[in-house]
Design a protein around this ligand. Structure first.
Ligand SMILES: Nc1ncnc2c1ncn2[C@@H]1O[C@H](COP(=O)(O)OP(=O)(O)OP(=O)(O)O)[C@@H](O)[C@H]1O
Ligand SMILES: [Mg+2]
Length: 352
């Protein structure tokens, strides 16, 4: 199930409730100054955190001093395996959980202090139930819209229709929520986040449980949202699901941010290796070692080693000169997926 927290405009009376969403401002008892309202022209970062940390009561550090920097206008893929701290981070960003230490800003406004000012500019979709199962999609959106104090009730029907149309749910708008497929529920959640113009959309695993077709559709939707100039912060445990739409990525591993930057930069971190197919792998490895290539690896009739500064031509010449029978020689660079797995670790067991 999905919980829509469309800023302070969430479906406040919905099952599963969003009372907690308003809690930070209520608990601190002070509204942020009007100067804290986000300015559409700046700042350069839509999301920024410093040393953001969450330690749960049992002592587990779910998020460990992370410094997020999400450029405005980017589609930022927040990636990491199950249990790596993505949802906990997102909950802190939206003021739904209190950090143990560290700071977070949304659109330049400190959270949770500025929640009331900034959340109307932020659409979000995170785990947890929020829609009424016995109401249809349109009526659920109407409740979300009615709960938004900043929305004009006279234009509600237009807003709802536009949002339904945008996520391709117009035809199914009259169907009860409980009869929606997982993909339709996900779309409705995104529609709720799009009821009013937003500067930032935060989506926690929007492709979770979707079939390949649904995943493709959500990707298309993300592209459209981004084309309107809205910053998209989207989490996923699968690089492949968001790789095609992301301009930037942040990679989490057991609560720590192990990489952050443009997707292209992640691609560039992949060091090239020389791969030699040979009749004499042991001798070939020996030659590579002698000319200075570190740690050659033998697998069957293949030898690989980091290319470092050597040219493949020079290596080939040296091998032939040493009498090694070279059947094939090439340079391989790891795929993005391999780099991602290298950062997050492989294996079935969840972190923590
Ligand atoms: N309320 C809580 N109390 C105690 N531990 C928690 C709580 N919420 C989350 N955790 C723990 O914090 C860690 C991070 O969880 P989180 O939900 O943030 O991970 P995630 O990256 O979103 O994982 P997934 O991909 O499965 O959604 C996990 O080990 C989880 O068990
Ligand atoms: Mg999660």
């Amino acid at each position: 199930m999905t919980d829509v927290r469309a800023g302070s405009s969430g479906p406040a009376g919905a099952p599963g409730g969003t009372a907690e969403a308003a809690r930070p401002a209520a608990v601190t008892g002070r509204a942020a100054s009007p100067a804290a309202s986000p300015d559409a022209a700046g700042p350069a970062l839509a999301v920024s955190t410093t040393g953001l940390t969450k330690r749960f009561r049992g002592g587990q550090v779910a998020v460990d001093h992370i410094d997020l920097a999400v450029p405005r206008g980017s589609v930022y893929g927040f990636l990491g395996p199950n249990g790596s701290g993505k949802t906990t981070t997102i909950r802190m960003l939206l003021g739904l959980a209190f950090p143990t230490s560290g700071q977070a800003e949304l659109l330049g406004v400190p959270m949770p202090q500025g929640a009331i000012q900034v959340l109307p500019h932020v659409g979000s979709l995170i785990e947890g139930p929020a829609f009424y199962p016995f109401l249809n999609g349109r009526d659920n959106l109407a409740r979300c819209d009615a709960a938004d104090r900043t929305a004009d009730p006279r234009t509600a029907a237009d807003r709802i229709n536009t949002a339904l149309d945008r996520v391709g749910l117009l035809a199914a708008a009259g169907k009860r929520y409980r009869n929606y497929s997982l993909g339709m529920k996900q779309r409705l959640a995104i529609a709720a986040g799009l009821l009013t113009p937003r500067q930032l959309i935060v989506l926690d695993e929007p492709t979770n449980g979707l079939d390949p077709q649904g995943t493709r559709e959500v990707r298309g939707l993300i592209r459209e949202i981004a084309a309107d100039g809205i910053t998209v912060f989207v989490s996923s445990h699968l690089l492949a699901e968001v790789e095609q739409v992301c301009s930037h990525v942040g990679v989490m591993r057991t609560g720590r941010l192990v990489f952050q930057g443009p997707l292209e930069e992640l691609r560039r971190t992949g060091a090239a290796r020389i791969r030699i197919e040979t009749t004499d792998p042991a001798v070939a490895a020996d030659v590579l070692r002698k000319i200075g290539l570190p740690d050659p690896q033998i697998a069957g009739d293949e030898v690989t080693a980091p290319l470092t500064d050597f040219s493949p031509e020079r290596i080939c010449a040296d091998l032939v000169h040493a009498g090694v029978g070279v059947r094939g020689l090439g340079v391989v660079t790891p795929s993005l997926e391999e780099l991602f797995v290298g950062l997050t670790g492989e294996g079935f067991d969840v972190d923590g």
